[in-house]
Design a binder for this molecule. Structure first.
Ligand SMILES: NC(=O)c1ccc[n+]([C@@H]2O[C@H](COP(=O)([O-])OP(=O)(O)OC[C@H]3O[C@@H](n4cnc5c(N)ncnc54)[C@H](OP(=O)(O)O)[C@@H]3O)[C@@H](O)[C@H]2O)c1
Length: 320
């Protein structure tokens, strides 16, 4: 991989895509191409083909997707299934048709069965039923993995699917209707502190266990795989810290970082989701990559970003 290799990062304005752009630029890559969804709607097959054909990237990184938490997934099953399928199918096919040899597709840990044993190994894919609250998203992501595998098998492509655990970091989505658990908690604790340390109500029982990876670590893993010399033995690779904690412990960590002194109320009428989700990350660890950022440090820097960007977030993203 040369520093002037042409790399197309799809979804460069998102939390993950922007972190990848930042990482690659910092590491000297100087030929990164991007397009916003207004400039290139990846659900449009012709537009997608034309873009790849005209720009001729050497590497494609797919960080574009329709993303959201439990609420958004259960309210918009069609959009989560259709848009994600179209984005992946169009971009993977356009890359293949235009002879792009290297591609990284980002999926999610929700591709694994709800009741799979823990930690989740890559081999557990398609061995059981999915978590119903996000099966639409998961089925689209599984299809993306299979598309990459089919092209590797039949045409010798190097299309690698990376499955990150729950991610968080700067530029996360802090809209309570569509956000994931960590940024939602951060916003709730912040607002409760501002309101005079009022109680914070959180979804579920607090007992499920989850793993969280900072987006800067994820971006490092993407670069690591992109730069990997030689043939990888696997085209489906988990990315995580390999450590999980209870949602209650996560809440207390965020509460501590923010300095909220009120009580936490657990709303057990809301779903918990999968009881535990921890990635087995031995595959990527054995290749030589490990996550570096501790959860507390990551929450501190994310909260720092949140505070600096509150005004913009209010206007653009999180609404009222
Ligand atoms: N967030 C997590 O916790 C998490 C965990 C595991 C895996 N992942 C994976 O990481 C990837 C990125 O997630 P994220 O959190 O960065 O999401 P995000 O912040 O919502 O960003 C998604 C990006 O996708 C682009 N996009 C969406 N629809 C598009 C379309 N029709 N055409 C072109 N671009 C489109 C958006 O572009 P514009 O900004 O230009 O509209 C946006 O920049 C996804 O594949 C997701 O599955 C995320």
């Amino acid at each position: 991989m040369n520093k002037d290799s042409k790399i197309f990062i799809a979804g460069h304005r998102g939390m993950v895509g922007s972190s990848i752009v930042e990482n690659l630029k910092f590491n000297g890559y100087n030929n990164i191409i991007t397009a916003t969804s207004n400039e290139l709607d990846l659900t449009n097959q012709e537009g997608c083909n034309n873009f790849v054909n005209e720009n001729r990237p050497e590497v494609v990184i797919i960080a574009a997707a329709r993303v959201g938490g439990i609420l958004a997934n259960s309210e918009y099953p069609w959009e989560f299934l259709y848009e994600n399928l179209m984005i992946e199918a169009n971009l993977i096919n356009a890359a293949h048709q235009n002879n792009v040899q290297d591609l990284i597709f980002l999926g999610s840990s929700c591709i694994y069965p709800k009741m799979a044993s823990q930690p989740l190994k890559e081999d557990y894919l398609l061995t059981g039923s999915l978590e119903p609250t996000n099966e639409w998203y998961a089925i689209a992501k599984i299809t993306g993995v299979k598309m990459c595998q089919a092209l590797n098998k039949e045409y010798g492509r190097n299309y690698i699917s990376l499955m990150p655990t729950n991610l968080y970091g700067p530029r996360d989505n802090f809209n309570l209707e569509t956000s994931h658990v960590l940024p939602a908690m951060m916003r709730k604790f912040h607002e409760a502190k501002q309101a005079g340390h009022t109680p914070v109500s959180l979804w579920g029982s607090g007992s499920p266990k989850r793993e969280f990876l900072h987006t800067s670590d994820l971006a490092e893993s993407v670069r690591f795989i992109m730069e990997y010399e030689g043939k990888l033995d696997h085209d489906l690779i988990n990315v995580g810290t390999g450590k999980d904690l209870m949602i209650k412990e996560l809440a207390e960590t965020i509460q501590g970082v923010i300095g909220h002194k009120g009580i936490i109320e657990w709303d057990v009428s809301k779903p918990d989701g999968t009881p535990r989700k921890l990635m087995n990350v031995s595959r990527i660890n054995e290749l030589g990559w490990k996550a570096k950022i501790s959860l507390k440090k990551g929450i501190e820097t994310t909260y720092g970003w949140f505070l600096e960007n509150q005004k913009i977030l209010k206007e653009v993203k999180i609404g009222n």
